[in-house]
Design a protein around this ligand. Structure first.
Ligand SMILES: *[C@@H]1O[C@H](CO)[C@@H](O)[C@H](O)[C@H]1NC(C)=O
Ligand SMILES: *[C@@H]1O[C@H](CO)[C@@H](O)[C@H](O)[C@H]1NC(C)=O
Ligand SMILES: *[C@@H]1O[C@H](CO)[C@@H](O)[C@H](O)[C@H]1NC(C)=O
Ligand SMILES: *[C@@H]1O[C@H](CO)[C@@H](O)[C@H](O)[C@H]1NC(C)=O
Ligand SMILES: *[C@@H]1O[C@H](CO)[C@@H](O)[C@H](O)[C@H]1NC(C)=O
Length: 410
């Protein structure tokens, strides 16, 4: 083997030289390739870094330019045009009828911004929320009340699902019924209905004050007076007092401990008026409301205790502890007085309007009551005749045969 190799080596001397030369050539080639490769790689890396920096600074320029009105229009990056939306679209108010279930609605309603200033012109509105059995039978009176104030109020109606709404309701109430459920008077499901009303009203970011009314309620002042009173108020109007009697403290149950103690237990009637902060507190309450659902049933009358107690525990600092809705309990019994057509006259209404109470932490006095109840359907025609004038409605339609009734009518 060795011999053979030697021979062959000897035989191809010039070959051998060229081979060595070839190897050297290959090595040089390889070195060149490697050098070119390394150079290319380095160049690539440097270039990619440079480009990255470039896009960063480009983005930065775009950002700083965007605040300047005249942005030089950059060529569209890709042919696909994307729909862009502004804040207005994010805040669009959904239709009153929607397909959110209870849980979804409460969750959506409790969404809020932690920045208290609005980055746009916001005209605050008052949400008038009607909790009714059937039709809002005093609607024609409310129609006169709201006339000419569009954009400053929202209306929501929660009526029993069994009510089929065939009544021709006036235009301002048209299409304002929210998805409703069965309500039994005095039952805890009444508060569920109130939370449903509040939730729907909270979906409109413009709503600032929230008033709960029934179909038998009437306004006692014109719209601008009621609007200013509520919008300018620093207080909430959830009636709350400690009633030591069996129909007060007597309805408390020790099972409500530790969330609610007897000392915290309050009573009041349900017709409230509150601001957005308290409304948010009510719809997102996951501590006290379940306690009432569980332990305040039947003769406990949750509607007379839940809100007064909740507001007194969580929001007592700004609660006036009184209601803005007048109601006559003077006749005794478990229900307040109803008013018939014959009870109504100018003096009666003026008397309710003239009652004065402390307003905004006692800094001033103002009307005690903005609303009154309970007016039966038979009062409508007389109310339409006398109320717009007494309450100085701003844009009401004057009745054709108008006669101001100054004396009580039997
Ligand atoms: C509404 O319900 C009443 C009975 O409660 C019925 O007589 C009437 O026909 C219903 N109207 C419509 C439009 O369904
Ligand atoms: C609130 O009160 C001030 C004066 O006290 C008044 O100038 C302003 O118009 C009121 N705001 C509303 C919305 O009525
Ligand atoms: C309302 O009641 C609470 C106690 O429940 C009390 O702390 C608060 O001072 C009362 N507010 C007013 C204005 O009376
Ligand atoms: C209202 O009263 C409070 C004290 O109760 C006081 O700090 C505030 O300055 C008063 N505001 C006005 C407008 O008088
Ligand atoms: C609205 O009612 C108030 C009294 O509450 C009155 O001073 C005001 O003039 C009324 N507005 C109009 C436009 O009549």
């Amino acid at each position: 083997m060795m011999e053979k190799m030697k021979v062959s080596n000897n035989q191809n001397q010039p070959n051998y030289v060229s081979k060595i030369f070839n190897v050297q050539l290959h090595f040089i080639n390889f070195l060149t390739y490697a050098l070119v490769l390394t150079f290319g790689l380095t160049l690539g890396i440097i270039l990619s870094f440079y480009l990255k920096e470039c896009t960063f600074s480009l983005q930065f320029t775009q950002l700083s330019l965007s605040s300047i009105p005249k942005t030089p229009s950059l060529p569209p990056p890709i042919a696909v045009k994307q729909e862009r939306i502004g804040l207005k679209d994010f805040l669009k108010v959904p239709p009153v009828m929607h397909d959110m279930d209870e849980e979804e609605l409460l969750w959506r309603a409790s969404v809020t911004s932690r920045i208290s200033e609005y980055p746009f012109d916001r005209v605050p509105k008052v949400a008038f929320m009607f909790l009714t059995r059937g039709a809002v039978f005093l609607a024609p009176l409310w129609e006169q009340f709201f006339k000419g104030h569009e954009g400053f109020y929202s209306i929501y109606v929660h009526s029993n699902p069994s009510y089929n709404g065939s009544h021709p309701e006036s235009p301002v109430f048209h299409g304002r019924r929210i998805p409703s459920k069965e309500v039994e008077w005095g039952d805890v499901n009444m508060i569920e209905a109130e939370r449903r009303l509040l939730s729907n009203a909270l979906l409109d970011i413009s709503n600032q004050r929230f008033v709960l009314l029934s179909e038998s309620c009437i306004p006692l002042f014109n719209f601008s007076t009621i609007y200013s009173y509520l919008i300018n108020s620093t207080e909430n109007y959830v009636m709350a007092f400690d009633d030591p009697s069996p129909v007060g403290r007597g309805r408390y149950s020790v099972q409500m401990l530790p969330e609610v103690s007897l000392r915290q237990w309050r009573k009041g009637y349900q017709w409230f008026e509150m601001d957005r902060e308290l409304a948010l507190g009510v719809v997102s309450d996951r501590i006290y409301f379940p306690v009432f659902q569980e332990y305040c049933k039947g003769s406990c009358y949750a509607d007379e205790h839940y809100l007064p107690t909740f507001a007194s525990i969580m929001f007592w600092e700004r609660n006036s502890n009184r209601s803005l809705t007048w109601v006559d309990w003077s006749r005794g019994g478990p229900h307040p007085a109803h008013f018939l057509r014959s009870d109504l006259n100018v003096e009666f209404l003026e008397r309710l309007r003239s009652k004065k109470c402390a307003y905004n932490n006692g800094n001033s006095t103002n009307a005690c009551f903005l609303f009154a109840r309970k007016f039966l359907p038979s009062t409508l025609s007389r109310l339409l005749k006398i109320a717009p004038e007494v309450m100085q409605f701003e844009h009401y339609d004057k009745p054709k045969k108008h006669k101001l009734l100054l004396k009580p009518i039997i």
